[in-house]
Ligand binder design. Structure first.
Ligand code: COA
Ligand code: AMP
Length: 629
């Protein structure tokens, strides 16, 4: 099948196309309604189908004779642990864990938060929640208590699953005190917390409220899969938007299972029994989709890796794992590859390992910069494939479809739209732009299966954030262009979202923290380009009149504030005191112009600027400080 034919079918007959893809899975009741719209006009897939995602991802494979095949390989250089879990063992563990949650009162539709490090229990916990027809919300372990508190408040979980600690290279981070702090900050209190005790740290448990995971699961009755509708939510995953409060992206069971299973074949060309490795974290969407659900739905083996691309112990870790477990396809973020490149420019580690089983390396999370892509292709001898996606879609919007028709790679492009995604470039008036012209990247509705159905508890926010900018389209928040051959080039966010090491963060949220410092009158947090992490945030601040604080002290205090309020992963780097900030006459701070300026790019200043003298003044000041090179 050619890419063109496959893509065209998905456009001409979306319902027929996705009905056929849905047939690859085992439903309790196959859907009759393939695509429908609700009273708000929002599209949904497979509304009347009955299913259970955990059943499709685990039990089915045991029923089909794959019980003894490895489902999960856990490799943790930071705790010196390796463990293989077969599908049969996974089924037993998940059923017990689901029984444990049921015993704590969790039922279909209830929410369960997971605040977990990269250990198999994180995957088991997610699947156990899905088994009960409940809704999980995984919060990345690097988020600080106030961020966790916002998610507890918004999703009102009945139970929280956690572990006694995470391990950052060699630093043990106790999770329980962070969780306790978050619960104290939230007005919603869960009924119970279940803690997986790790040997590296023991959490103190409050009797009658905190439970030991291992003890409780051992006592539990295994729980059966609870049937849900195709449109019942599987999970909520919070992601950063332009404003302070994160948005709870809601993923529905049916479309998610169908699209992810299809993607394992179409994009990654991975068959049942093969090993697929997404080197990410279950706290991010890549982890949800490609550490947990997609490989398991496909009956493949997934790797849960607890470590970093470097330092655990060296820049050869990725390649050691690929050799040891015969990984067929590896998926990680450009930052990880840049970190490896920095430490192993000659590719000596790559030569040390047998990578004959590895066919492709996939990258997403941020744009794969051409020098890194070229380096990795040259040193590994593999095709290195960039693909573009978002938390909102849950899978690749554009990709180079290895299971359909591999296409020539163009550096800097994430190749072509994935079947189901009708990608268009629009100008700010919503008119379609011709090939080669840069504009807003939008996707014509309906979106294909797996894309978000709403924002948790706030359908209006969903409409306002994504559907109202261009009626009839989903506004991606990214800008870019499509060339003459139909290749998509994603050039970056058009809003105030910042991408730090493949992690999506909101500058608006950071501004709230910086602006709350007693010395700060007003501020703008903007992205400074960074060789390793892609972008890092810096703050430009105006001091309150009469305040006397030096820049270094203020910077140190703000770094601590951001670490405490958002988390170390924000990588807030520095603060610069300026006399004034550039604004439009209506008072809007010109963040984009400042971002261009600090990165040494030509910057545009709108005619509505209040005082045209401010930009050159700030530029001269930042040049003097060495921020602008
Ligand atoms: N729990 C607690 N803290 C965490 C954490 C977690 N799960 N993850 C990261 N952190 C902390 C780190 O310890 C670090 O803290 P520090 O400033 O006190 O040292 C900070 O957050 C920044 O972490 P990180 O971005 O991982 O930077 P690093 O310097 O430790 O490592 C890289 C650099 C390039 C190796 C790392 O950024 C990396 O692996 N990037 C790839 C990310 C990725 O896979 N993204 C994919 C999303 S699809
Ligand atoms: P997240 O929701 O955290 O996955 O972040 C999604 C955002 O990351 C997108 O909106 C893009 O800005 C960026 N992104 C992800 N993958 C790519 C890619 N391959 N090329 C360019 N940008 C990307």
């Amino acid at each position: 099948m050619s890419y063109k034919a496959e893509y065209q079918r998905s456009m001409d007959d979306p319902e027929g196309f996705w009905k056929e893809k849905a047939e690859a899975l085992k439903w309790y009741k196959f859907p009759q309604k393939i695509l429908s719209q609700d009273s708000d006009g929002i599209y949904h897939w497979f509304a009347d189908g009955e299913m259970n995602t955990c059943y499709m991802a685990v039990d089915v494979h045991v029923e089909n004779g794959r019980g003894d095949q490895a489902a999960i390989i856990y490799d943790s250089p930071v705790s010196n642990t390796k463990r293989t879990i077969t599908y049969k063992e996974l089924q037993q563990e998940v059923a017990k864990t689901a029984g444990m949650l049921k015993g704590l009162g969790v039922e279909k539709g209830d929410r369960v938060i997971l605040y977990m490090p990269m250990i198999p229990e994180a995957v088991i916990g997610m699947l156990a929640v899905a088994r009960l027809g409940a809704i999980h919300s995984v919060v990345f372990g690097g988020f600080a208590p106030p961020e966790l508190a916002v998610r507890i408040e918004d999703s009102s979980p009945k139970v929280i699953l956690t572990a006694s600690c995470g391990i950052e290279v060699s630093r043990v981070i106790a999770y329980k005190p962070l969780l306790d702090k978050a619960i104290s900050l939230s007005s919603h209190k869960p009924n119970a917390c279940v803690v997986f005790q790790r040997p590296e740290a023991t959490a103190e448990l409050k009797e009658g409220y905190d439970y030991d995971w291992t003890t409780l699961a051992a006592q539990a009755q295994p729980a059966e899969c609870v049937p849900v509708k195709g449109t019942d939510p599987l999970y909520i995953l919070y992601t950063s938007g332009t404003t302070g409060k994160p948005k709870g992206v809601v993923r529905e069971n049916g479309g998610h299972a169908v699209a992810l299973n299809y993607s394992m074949h179409a994009i990654y060309n991975v068959k049942p029994g093969e090993v697929f490795w997404a080197a990410s974290d279950v706290g991010w969407v890549v982890g949800h989709s490609y550490i947990v659900y997609a490989p398991l739905l496909r009956g493949a083996t997934t790797i849960v890796f607890e470590g970093k691309p470097i330092m655990t112990p060296d820049a050869g870790t990725f390649w050691r794992i690929c050799e040891e477990y015969k990984v067929k396809a590896l998926f990680s973020a450009p930052t990880a590859f840049r970190a490896i490149k920095k430490e192993d420019a000659n590719g000596d580690f790559l030569k040390k390992y047998d990578l004959s089983g590895l066919t492709n390396i996939f990258s997403a999370g941020e744009r794969l910069d051409p020098p890194t892509q070229e380096w990795l292709m040259e040193k590994s001898g593999k095709q290195v494939i960039d693909h573009w996606w978002q938390t909102e879609t849950g899978w690749g919007i554009t990709a180079n479809l290895q299971g359909i028709e591999p296409m020539p790679i163009k550096l800097g492009s994430s190749t072509v739209p994935t079947p189901g995604f009708n990608v268009k470039i629009l100008d700010d008036g919503g008119q379609e732009l011709p090939a080669g012209e840069q504009g807003f990247i939008a996707i014509k509705l309906p979106l294909p299966p797996s894309c978000l159905a709403t924002v948790w508890g706030d359908v209006q926010k969903f409409k306002d954030s994504y559907l109202s900018m261009f009626p009839g389209y989903y506004a991606s928040g990214d800008g870019g262009y499509i060339d003459q051959d139909g290749y998509v080039f994603v050039m970056g966010r058009v809003d105030d979202v910042i991408n730090v090491a493949g992690h999506r963060l909101s500058t608006g949220e950071m501004e709230e923290v910086v602006g709350a410092h007693p010395a700060v009158a007003e501020c703008a947090v903007v992205a400074l380009d960074d060789d390793l992490k892609g972008q890092v945030p810096i703050g430009l601040v105006v001091l309150k009149t009469g305040v006397d604080i030096d820049q270094a002290t203020l910077s140190k205090e703000l770094i601590n504030d951001i670490r405490a309020q958002i988390g170390a992963i924000a990588c807030y780097k520095d603060t610069y005191i300026v006399k004034r900030l550039p604004k439009t006459r209506s008072g809007k701070i010109l963040r984009k112009s400042m971002r261009q300026m600090i990165n040494g790019q030509p910057y545009a200043v709108p005619s509505t600027i209040d005082d045209p003298g401010i930009m050159p003044e700030i530029e001269a000041h930042l040049r003097e400080l060495g921020v602008i090179k």
